[in-house]
Design a protein around this ligand. Structure first.
Ligand code: PLP
Length: 381
């Protein structure tokens, strides 16, 4: 209990340091704002860290879903991108990005077979698998085709979502090889590093040791281990060591209240905010913002008290999000934004927040410099 208490205290102390961004005057709220200088710094810093570690960076694009941001990551030195859905792969392939890893146990039902073949024809494609039946379905999709995508076998290193134990990769890899799917290695995602600040180094170590066991298992099965891919934003900087060859963080581009609370980014590294207006202060001890559940993420995260964070108003707590209303509770005697004031809301979890918008307003020092499309918005399958 004491450990949890001290972690909570540290988390709120970190959240209190998030600087309130300059919001452009006369912005139409709710408005998703990207701080371009912070975004570019985040992209450069992650790239520099991976370069220094000798690990390839293959960022997950599910956070930004934006071809403009992906181009910036590739220009900074990223080698290919990671996607979570075939729909995302299609959007980024259409934009000319030709090195794509679908880090997901794709099951090719419905139109997915034809769609996957079409993406494979125009990209260098890699697909995740975690079962022999999925390998068989995938191989059938490419029967008679001039080539087939490479596969990485997914390993569960402790997140207990998808993936097999690292000692079990051999059977799946051999099945893929027999079915004519080129095996390149294995991948894992230490999602359990999200549990607490202390869970981050432990999950990073789990990623590394799982990839080491997978490497030995694949070696023993006579399979390639060219790619040993891991990563999440909370573990990326900690796990980037041999035998891992590739890292796939995604959230680091924008960050959010959860990453700040976990200590996975600095408070000044938050690059995405939702500008919102105080539209009502009619009820005592409360203000209402115009950024409800259709404008920011409803994710409840253990490290953050409330459904988002308002820089400059550390005692204000977002207690509920209705479709168009954010309820902000204001304890007696603490600072409250005034009726009509525009505030900046840091989402608890940025990925679903971005997915609510067609376009983002890109700013430098409170000036609007661009509008970027969220190209793969809603491409969830
Ligand atoms: N790889 C996989 C398989 C993932 O599922 C995710 C995120 O869900 C990532 C990489 C990126 O992790 P993060 O969002 O923590 O940056």
């Amino acid at each position: 209990v004491n450990v949890n208490r001290s972690q909570t205290a540290t988390a709120s102390a970190r959240l209190e340091q998030i600087p309130a961004p300059l919001v452009p005057p006369d912005v139409d709220t709710p408005c998703p704002i990207v701080d371009l200088a912070v975004l570019d710094r985040n992209i450069a810093a992650m790239q520099a860290a991976m370069d220094a570690a000798g690990v390839r960076l293959r960022p997950h694009v599910k956070t930004h879903k934006s071809t403009e941001v992906a181009r910036r990551q590739l220009a900074a030195g990223a080698q290919g991108i990671t996607v979570g859905t075939l729909g995302e792969a299609e959007v980024f392939a259409d934009a000319g990005i030709d090195d794509i890893f679908v880090a997901y146990p794709l099951w090719c039902g419905g139109s997915k077979a034809a769609r996957l073949r079409a993406v494979h024809e125009r990209t260098q494609l890699m697909v995740g698998v975690d079962s022999v039946p999925a390998v068989e379905v995938l191989a059938k999709v490419f029967t008679g085709a001039p080539g087939a995508p490479g596969v990485l076998v997914e390993v569960d290193c402790g997140a207990h979502r998808s993936g097999v134990r690292p000692t079990a990769v051999g059977e799946i890899a051999r099945a893929a090889d027999r079915a004519g799917l080129p095996v390149h290695g294995a991948f894992t995602h230490g999602g359990h590093g999200y549990a607490s600040p202390a869970a981050r180094p432990a999950a990073a170590e789990d990623e590394r040791s799982a990839m080491e066991i997978a490497r030995c298992t694949l070696d023993a099965a006579g399979m390639s281990t060219d790619v040993l891919s891991a990563g999440s934003t909370p573990t990326a900087l900690l796990a980037a060591q041999p035998p891992i060859t590739e890292m796939r963080p995604g959230t680091y581009v924008y960050n959010d209240a959860m990453q700040v609370a976990l200590g996975a980014c600095e408070p000044a590294e938050v690059a995405f905010f939702v500008a919102a207006t105080v539209v009502s202060s009619a009820v005592d001890g409360q203000v209402i913002l115009d950024a409800g559940a259709k404008a920011t993420s409803r994710d409840v995260v253990t490290q953050v008290q409330g459904l988002g964070w308002l820089p400059g108003y550390p005692k204000a707590e977002i207690t509920a999000l209705h479709d168009y209303h954010a309820f902000v509770s204001i304890p007696d005697g603490s600072a409250a934004p005034a009726l009509g004031e525009v505030v900046s809301l840091v989402p608890t979890h940025v990925c679903p927040a971005v997915n609510l918008y067609d376009e983002l307003t890109v700013c430098v020092d409170g000036r609007v410099v661009d509008q970027w499309k969220v190209d793969a918005r809603g491409r969830s399958g």
